[in-house]
Design a binder for this molecule. Structure first.
Ligand SMILES: [Zn+2]
Ligand SMILES: [Zn+2]
Length: 175
């Protein structure tokens, strides 16, 4: 739960508060199996009552816990992304076009699900431990950043024929 206390503004259109929320957002608890965060997320922004709706706007910071897409090494990467969400006390069934309005009740809005959704959309697709990561050998699985292996590189079939030819030619020379 990353709660935004809205008691001060929820009944007063035109009011606005500064918001700072720092805490743990847990992807696994929200059915994201494919990403993880290292440490707290930080949100700084505002919450405003605009015509009875609570508009939450600001910037989210945190650190992704990732694995290199080539060699699998664990790595972290900071992120900073804009956040926006709007909430209303009751769902408004007559406003079908505005499906992005989320419902809340009481004096708190749990921002964690929306934070996670926003952070998830910014997830790097192919994280790399370094730009020149050599990855793993496709044959033996050795991490090629830590040294070479003895696997044969796949030979281009055209070059293979050439190799054969050179070999035969050498033999002829011996005769
Ligand atoms: Zn790597
Ligand atoms: Zn190998």
């Amino acid at each position: 739960m990353l709660n935004l206390a809205v008691a001060k503004i929820k009944n007063y259109p035109g009011t606005k508060i500064d918001v700072e929320i720092i805490g743990v957002a847990d992807p696994a608890a929200h059915e994201y199996s494919d990403f993880a965060l290292a440490g707290d997320v930080t949100f700084r922004g505002t919450a405003a009552n605009e015509g009875g709706r609570i508009m939450v706007e600001g910037v989210l910071n945190g650190v992704y816990a990732l694995n290199c897409s080539r060699c699998g090494k664990a790595l972290t990467e900071e992120f900073e992304t804009e956040f926006f969400a709007q909430y209303a006390l009751q769902a408004q069934p007559d406003e079908d076009g505005e499906a992005d309005i989320l419902e809340f009740c009481g004096d708190n809005i749990d921002l964690e699900p929306q934070f996670l959704q926003t952070i998830f959309l910014e997830l790097p697709m192919k994280p790399l431990c370094s730009d020149d990561c050599k990855g793993l050998c496709p044959f033996c699985g050795k991490n090629l950043n830590k040294g070479t292996c003895n696997c044969e590189a796949p030979i281009d079939p055209r070059l293979a024929k050439l190799k054969d030819y050179v070999f035969k030619d050498d033999k002829k020379g011996d005769n």
